[in-house]
Design a protein. Structure first.
Length: 541
């Protein structure tokens, strides 16, 4: 007899792509909280004012996959959880870059014993993967051991289960501690879930969590815990509404930002760069969907994203200055007098600016921003304003919206670069921003225009756009590098000798000369790149 399958959890329509209503979903929000924060939360009126917690339980979960991690690559996780005398087999499916979303597919079944029950996988995301070889190769790969305390909370006419998890993730000889809070909507409306999370964040330093326990285990297993994370591809289908499309894009952007907190905190320059990319992509998405995003809440989000960009920018500029201006001079002549001293000064400035970026992500302001962004794109005011057009295209899908936005931005970029060599610094900077927005839009809307012909055109179009973006980016770097060179000379240290100041000025002059020498050739390359881009066939027509 097939084991009893648990009742499907409450579905959250606003979070789901058009076809996701066919499968069971769990609706939850995960928060990472330091251990001292958990103790404070347990003593808070937020929990003491509600019912007493249910009895704590020890949860031992064993995760299964093949040697080559086939399930992981397909976005599926499989575990058997032992709690008391019960064994629960759970299958979950995550969409790439969707970690900040409220909901995901889950199938949970009572089974007999610790062994996998393949019959219970029928009708789940795991079933298509269960070839004879996969069945044979599945094995335990890591496990989690967690002490869970559950608090049933009645909040704003909604029933929410607050779980405090403490324990460890173990993958072979590697292990890491785990402290998190999960809020699961049992009955009611999803906005209440977010408002409860905001109340919780007032009591403890809670950070929006994007990693499942399976994510943590796989990171330990592969050693990828601190690797920078590049932008996720976003699945926006032609049948989606503009609302659903924007939510998919925003989730992926927030996921990338949060995924790079660890690398940034560890001092990884690429982690900083990818965090900045995620913010730029989100700001570009807001611009693309500006017709339906014009409320005060959106303005507040835009202001805070601009603040975070400002905190990250100086460190990134110093990194680029070191790699593209200082290092080439040193490699050409490592004994060049003054340049090594200038390099040391740049490193000091870069390190100070990196500390500034790290302080930003460790601040209460950033924690609030991450939670505010998730709240905004899932349940924000923009979704409920009467005057907001719910769909920006006449047929209720994203196709016309995407085509209109791509076409408008393409025309704008072509026109701005007609006389490229006559543009001043500010105009080239604006063109660079427009090129980035168009590239992000092309990537966001890639699947909106299906077919092999559109795919070939898109590939050539984005390649031409990337070449233009690289050229105008180099021109912008030259301007920034010259400014940084001058600033190092204009602000000498208090104890610096006049002779050292003179050699610093000489070295800065060499750097400026090196950058100036590149300008002419890059300007010619940029002019050619713009001409090639203007002639590229549009993939959305």
């Amino acid at each position: 007899m097939r084991p009893r399958q648990r009742q499907a959890r409450r579905e959250l329509a606003l979070n789901l792509p058009w076809d996701f209503m066919k499968v069971p979903r769990e609706v939850e929000l995960k928060l990472e909280v330091p251990v001292e924060g958990l103790r404070k939360l347990e003593r808070s009126q937020l929990l003491r004012g509600n019912q007493l917690p249910l009895k704590g339980a020890e949860l031992v979960s064993v995760y299964f996959d093949t040697q080559r991690l086939k399930l992981r690559k397909k976005g599926v996780s499989l575990r058997v959880r032992h709690v008391g005398g019960q064994h629960l087999q759970a299958i979950k499916r995550n969409e790439p870059g969707n970690g900040a979303a409220l909901s995901r597919n889950e199938w949970e079944t009572d089974i007999d014993g610790k062994n996998l029950d393949f019959e219970a996988a029928q009708g789940t995301a795991l079933e298509p993967l269960l070839s004879r070889r996969v069945r044979r190769d599945l094995k335990p790969i890591f496990e989690t051991r967690v002490r869970r305390t559950v608090y049933p909370i009645r909040f704003e006419d909604s029933d929410i289960e607050l779980s405090i998890d403490e324990g460890r993730v173990e993958a072979g000889r590697r292990s890491s501690s785990l402290y998190e809070v999960e809020l699961e909507l049992k009955h009611g409306q999803s906005p209440a879930l977010f408002r409860l999370a905001h109340q919780l964040a007032k009591h403890v330093p809670a950070t929006l969590g994007i990693k499942s326990k399976a994510d943590r285990g796989y990171e330990l297993l592969t050693g990828e815990a601190s690797r920078p994370v590049k932008a996720f591809s976003v699945k926006v289908t032609p049948k989606q509404s503009s609302v659903a499309a924007f939510q998919s894009i925003a989730r992926a952007c927030l996921h990338q930002l949060c995924a790079n907190i660890g690398p940034l905190r560890a001092g990884d320059a690429e982690g900083l760069h990818q965090a900045r990319v995620s913010i730029r992509r989100l700001r570009a998405a807001i611009s693309l969907f500006s017709t339906m995003l014009h409320d005060k809440q959106t303005d507040d989000i835009k202001r805070e994203l601009k603040w975070l960009t400002g905190e990250f920018g100086p460190a990134r500029e110093a990194d680029v200055f070191m790699e593209r201006a200082v290092k080439p001079i040193l490699e050409a002549n490592h004994k060049a007098r003054g340049v090594s001293k200038l390099r040391d000064d740049v490193l000091k400035r870069r390190n100070a600016e990196f500390v500034r970026a790290q302080s930003a992500i460790d601040s209460a302001r950033f924690r609030a921003l991450a939670l505010d962004v998730a709240t905004w794109f899932e349940t924000g005011d923009w979704m409920h304003a009467d005057e907001t057009p719910r769909n920006l295209s006449g047929n209720g899908t994203i196709v016309e919206t995407a085509a209109e936005q791509l076409n408008r931005r393409w025309k704008k970029l072509v026109k701005r670069g007609e006389y490229f060599d006559a543009l001043n610094t500010r105009q080239r900077h604006n063109l660079r921003i427009e090129a980035k927005k168009l590239r992000y839009a092309s990537e966001f809307f890639a699947d909106v225009f299906p077919g092999k012909k559109a795919a070939r055109r898109r590939k050539r179009f984005i390649a031409a756009l990337k070449e233009l973006q690289v050229c105008v980016g180099d021109l912008n770097d030259i301007v920034v590098n010259k400014r940084l060179s001058a600033s190092l000379v204009s602000s000498p240290t208090a104890h610096e000798r006049p002779i050292d100041q003179a050699w610093n000025a000489f070295a800065a002059g060499r750097l400026c000369g090196h950058e100036e020498a590149r300008f002419s050739s890059i300007m010619k390359a940029a002019t050619r790149a713009h001409k090639a881009f203007a002639g590229a066939t549009r993939f959305w027509t």
